[in-house]
Design a protein around this ligand. Structure first.
Ligand code: KG4
Ligand code: ZN
Length: 331
């Protein structure tokens, strides 16, 4: 069975071809990121216009790379949300039109759930219950996966962790997106130079990242020679931000008596995060599913994978399916 995945929730326009459960035949991603950089963030109108311009070419490239004809596609899986409504609508309309034209089924899936599927694109989904952590520019969520569903157990109460990386980079004048830049500069800084206080929250599994961003802002204001301390600020910020993610995930495993962790989203590319989550899960003898670097950012392989899985469980979508800008991870 051949599944075509389509992803268009933000600045990426992506198509991927998956054969059966885990044979990825192609994975094409185009991004309009360069067109947003001068604005210091993603401009929704530019993103949707760029998606509209390139989606047909990305689709054709994905078929070509997979060495298949479009008549061989059996199922279309696309992102129904959450994300930028304009970009989502382009992918959704494109997928619906293909489904109608080729007379094949389509299925709309959650971008957040798909990020977790990104950790086992070319593997089998873990059968045992797991703790899922989605860390991206828009989301920071912990779920307990059991009995084939995702039960939410915690999320950020304000900024997402990726958003904090982006905002801190902006405060320090480093450029956009901030995650990879901070990751790089942190390697040359002292992670113990500044101590950031861990926010106290009612729910142990919730996160908060707006306080640490403000702390960086004040630290910079109070320090005349802050520019010479940028590497230390990056290293200290990163150490705190990442340690909260890892600590809460380990706590969730302990409290829910689960020995398996699945991670997804752009921030899972962070080198310190990858090192720490590997170390802490190994120490406890837990299984870890961490996406390969090429699957940490938005891509359509993860959409195809989740769409295939849901289709096999009997799900499908109707042509009146709409795009959804906000939706939580889990029920
Ligand atoms: O999953 P993603 O590509 O898009 C969303 O669905 O949001 O995640 C993008 C986010 C951005 O905030 C970016 O700064 C962050 O992931 N990111 C990183 C790294 N690479 C990307 N954050 C920390 N360290 C990185 N190496
Ligand atoms: Zn994403």
């Amino acid at each position: 069975m051949i599944t075509l995945g389509i992803e268009s929730s933000c600045d990426e326009t992506a198509c991927a071809v998956l054969r059966n459960e885990n044979e990825l035949l192609s994975n094409i991603v185009a991004t309009s990121l360069d067109k947003h950089k001068e604005f210091g963030g993603i401009v929704p109108e530019i993103a949707s216009r760029e998606t509209l311009k390139c989606i047909d070419a990305v689709y054709r490239k994905a078929l070509e790379a997979a060495k298949i004809e479009q008549e061989e596609i059996d199922l279309i899986a696309l992102t129904k949300g959450p994300g930028l409504i304009g970009s989502l609508l382009v992918g959704l309309s494109f997928g619906k039109a293909l489904s109608y034209g080729l007379n094949i089924p389509f299925i709309g899936v959650s971008h957040l759930e798909a990020h977790l599927s990104g950790a086992f694109i070319d593997k089998k989904r873990p059968e045992a219950p797991f703790i899922g952590l989605v860390i991206s520019g828009g989301h920071t969520s912990l779920v307990h996966s059991r009995d084939g569903r995702y039960v939410p157990i915690g999320a950020t109460v304000d900024d997402a962790v990726g958003e904090a990386f982006d905002k801190v980079a902006k405060i320090l004048g480093l450029g956009f997106p901030g995650g990879p830049i901070i990751d790089d500069l942190a390697k040359r800084g002292n992670p113990d130079a500044i101590k950031f206080t861990k926010p106290k929250l009612k729910n142990d599994f919730d996160f908060s990242y707006s306080g640490i961003k403000t702390a960086v802002l004040y630290y910079k204001k109070d320090l005349a020679d802050w520019e010479s301390r940028v590497n230390d600020i990056c290293a200290s910020f990163q150490k705190a931000a990442i340690s909260w993610l890892v600590e809460k995930t380990m706590l969730a495993c302990e409290k829910k008596k689960v020995g398996c962790v699945v991670v997804g989203g752009g921030v899972s590319a962070n080198s310190l995060f990858r090192e720490e989550i590997k170390k802490e899960t190994k120490k406890r003898d837990y299984d870890l599913f961490l996406p390969e670097l090429k699957f940490t950012n938005d891509n359509a392989a993860m959409i195809a994978k989740l769409g295939y899985e849901e289709f096999r469980r009997g799900r499908g979508s109707e042509l009146n399916l709409g795009a959804v800008a906000t939706m939580p991870l889990g029920e």
